[in-house]
Write a protein that binds this ligand. Structure first.
Ligand SMILES: *Cc1c(COP(=O)(O)O)cnc(C)c1O
Length: 405
């Protein structure tokens, strides 16, 4: 909140005026959005502006953020280990529970080792930024997540993009990289693409990468907890254990807490501990986070019915939206986009849904390409069929009202 009595300098006001020009551009394009404030926990229903809404906007696939076992673990973590970790990992911020979580993640992902970072974003920036140098090359899907793109921006490595999920174009890129004789070539793909919900053709990508002696990195932020046995992710879904060099994951989505990790060889872990800048220069997670993540792995291993329920709900919502006549793209996972064209139309749909008791956020440029704006929905295991029916009724009322159907 602005404090009116404070006098701001010309320099401060000049910066604001210049930034307002950028914001005006967003306003003119219909891309300016205030943050939506939730007045409740992130659950199947949330309270926004004092109203209860059916929530189709979270990445909380399994409802683990409010699972009693995670909450109990978080409370125990804080009371037994304190509120903060007090240091970066390499100085004094590694506690036995951090090592325990990593051992659990490695076992879960069937890899030798794992290493945690503060978020999925920092793990991508840290891994890509530290592992590749001048003389190396990244081969990357054009629709990879922003955190991968930012990691690539930080390296002096060359980059060759391939068309989204196009295995033959990936092969073209891999061949080009091999022929140029780089030291390290790393093919990077999302396991599940976060905006469209399609699954990367991993068996073919891995096979082509092996043919051209490139290593593969899969960012399974939306695959973990969703695909594979007990939610082990897309590498497990396709039974590619031992052939994906770097399995990236987030602890912030289906796992229900916050953080990121890479599951890989012991050599990769040792390398990152010495080279990855977010690991070296940013503090480790508090124990509440760490113990809640360990509890989440227990839940994934012991309550697979949550994942079954997630898929039942996902199929139900997809079928209902398609029957209403919406274009829901080509998702293969619980991520279900409702395609709207330009951003203002997506925002109109989102606003109309809000009026009808459904919280489903519009997503426009730059998160997705211009002309590909959408309302992205993600159901969770914790939605009831009655809630999904209500949500579908709201979509059915709003689609025609904004001229989309
Ligand atoms: C969400 C996401 C991330 C970032 O994870 P955070 O833990 O939220 O930082 C990274 N990669 C992909 C593909 C994602 O969808």
């Amino acid at each position: 909140m602005a404090i009116e009595s404070t006098r701001t300098s010309d320099a401060v006001r000049h910066l604001d005026a210049s930034l307002e020009e950028d914001l005006d551009t967003l306003r003119n394009e219909g891309l300016f959005r205030p943050l939506r404030v939730l007045e409740s926990p992130q659950m199947a229903e949330v309270v926004v502006g004092g109203r209860r809404l059916i929530n189709l906007s979270s990445n909380n696939y399994l409802g683990l953020n409010t699972h009693p076992r995670l909450i109990e673990a978080a409370v125990r973590g804080a009371s037994e280990w304190g509120a903060g970790s007090g240091a970066v990992r390499t100085i004094a911020g590694t506690q036995s529970i951090h090592e325990e979580l990593e051992a659990r993640l490695a076992a879960f992902k069937h890899t030798e080792a794992a290493l945690c970072f503060q978020s999925g974003y920092t793990v991508n920036v840290g891994v890509i930024g530290s592992m590749l140098e001048s003389g190396d090359c990244v081969v990357s899907d054009k629709l990879n997540h922003a955190s991968i793109i930012d990691g690539i921006r930080l390296t002096k490595a060359d980059r060759i993009l391939y068309e989204h999920v196009d295995v033959d174009d990936a092969e073209r890129a891999l061949k080009e990289a091999r022929d140029k004789g780089y030291r390290r070539v790393l093919l990077i793909t999302d396991g599940v693409f976060s905006m469209d919900g399609d699954i990367a053709p991993l068996p073919d990508l891995v096979e082509r990468a092996e043919k051209y002696e490139a290593a593969v990195m899969v960012d399974d932020a939306h695959g973990t907890g969703v695909l594979g046995r007990n939610g082990r992710g897309s590498t497990d879904h396709f039974n590619l254990h031992g052939r994906v060099a770097l399995n990236i994951g987030t602890l912030s989505k289906a796992v229900g807490v916050v953080g990121g990790y890479v599951a890989a060889s012991q050599t990769v872990r040792d390398h990152l501990i010495h080279k990855a800048r977010p690991f070296l220069f940013s503090s480790s997670h508090p124990a509440a986070v760490v113990l809640a993540c360990i509890a989440a792995i227990d839940v994934l291993e012991q309550e697979p019915e949550l994942i079954e329920r997630l898929w039942v709900n996902a199929r139900y919502l997809k079928k209902g939206l398609a029957e209403l006549g919406f274009d829901i793209g080509h998702s293969e996972t619980p991520i279900t986009p409702v395609m709207c064209g330009e951003a203002p139309q997506a925002m109109a749909l989102s606003d109309a849904l809000l009026e009808h008791g459904v919280f489903a956020q519009a997503i426009g440029f730059p998160t997705v390409a211009r002309g590909r704006a959408r309302v992205r929905t993600i159901v969770t295991a914790t939605h009831t069929t009655a809630q999904l029916d209500d949500a579908l009724a709201a979509f059915g009322a709003c689609g025609p009202a904004i001229g989309l159907l």
